[in-house]
Write a protein that binds this ligand. Structure first.
Ligand SMILES: Nc1nc2c(ncn2[C@@H]2O[C@H](COP(=O)(O)OP(=O)(O)OP(=O)(O)O)[C@@H](O)[C@H]2O)c(=O)[nH]1
Length: 217
């Protein structure tokens, strides 16, 4: 009888990347994170605003390499945002989220870029602009066209994608594109890698949520 495959260990992980989700309250940051890590969608009445900072860990395979992602989700509401600089420290990728059915959240992206420039430890941090809730197209409530989103992203020199946490459209692609781009930019991460004390063994799933937590300190 063949012996069971031994579980992959942390050594097989090419790198660990820190990703952040930022954007106005209600744009769907937590919903995107939950969809990506747990393939789960909560009904609107089950969702509550993020207080402080939440994070999840996920292992993802991109182009035959295995990456560990710690994905941080902050509160979009100003009154819960007390941790700003520590939140940005050491991040290699940032996902800036707006809601395609709310023009103001798109216009506020400029402010989120300013905050990012102020607190980010690297100019080279990989950014993607995500127009979420594109499923609302069918209900005719879109306020930001894909063309406007793309044009803004081009101007800011970032990646761009439209997503729906509700229908899954584009969600995995949004995260994978950022990982791919970070992986192509070794100066962003190679110095920071190395074994961490107390690293946890992973089990054999190709992609698995390893842990999560909430930090409101
Ligand atoms: N139709 C639709 N609704 C969405 C989508 N993503 C999120 N929502 C809804 O938008 C609302 C806000 O979602 P959240 O994920 O809590 O938004 P957030 O950006 O994390 O909000 P804060 O924690 O306050 O910063 C909830 O009612 C979600 O159900 C989507 O892709 N499509």
């Amino acid at each position: 009888m063949p012996s069971p495959a031994s579980p992959p260990t942390d050594q097989e992980i090419t790198a660990t990347f820190k990703l952040l989700l930022i954007g106005d309250s209600g744009t769907g940051k937590s919903s995107l994170l939950l969809r990506f890590t747990d393939d789960t969608w909560l009904q609107p009445d089950e969702v509550s605003a993020t207080i402080g900072v939440d994070f999840k860990v996920k292992i993802v395979n991109v182009e035959d390499k295995r990456y560990k992602l710690t994905i941080w989700d902050t509160a979009g509401q100003e009154r819960f945002r007390t941790l700003t600089s520590s939140y940005y420290r050491g991040a290699q990728g940032v996902i800036l989220v707006y809601d395609v059915s709310n023009r103001q959240t798109f216009e506020h992206l400029q402010l989120w870029f300013t905050e990012l420039d102020t607190y980010s430890s690297s100019r080279d941090v990989i950014k993607i602009i995500v127009g979420n809730k594109c499923d609302k197209d069918t209900s005719g409530v879109r306020e930001v066209s894909r063309k406007d989103g793309e044009a803004f992203a081009r101007r800011m020199g970032t990646l761009f994608i439209e997503t729906s946490a509700k229908t899954k459209t584009g969600v995995r692609d949004a995260f994978v594109e950022v990982v791919r781009k970070i992986a192509e930019t070794p100066s962003l991460w190679q110095k920071q890698q190395g074994p961490r004390p107390g690293a946890v063994l992973l089990n054999g799933e190709e992609e698995e949520v390893e842990s999560s937590g909430v930090c409101s300190c």
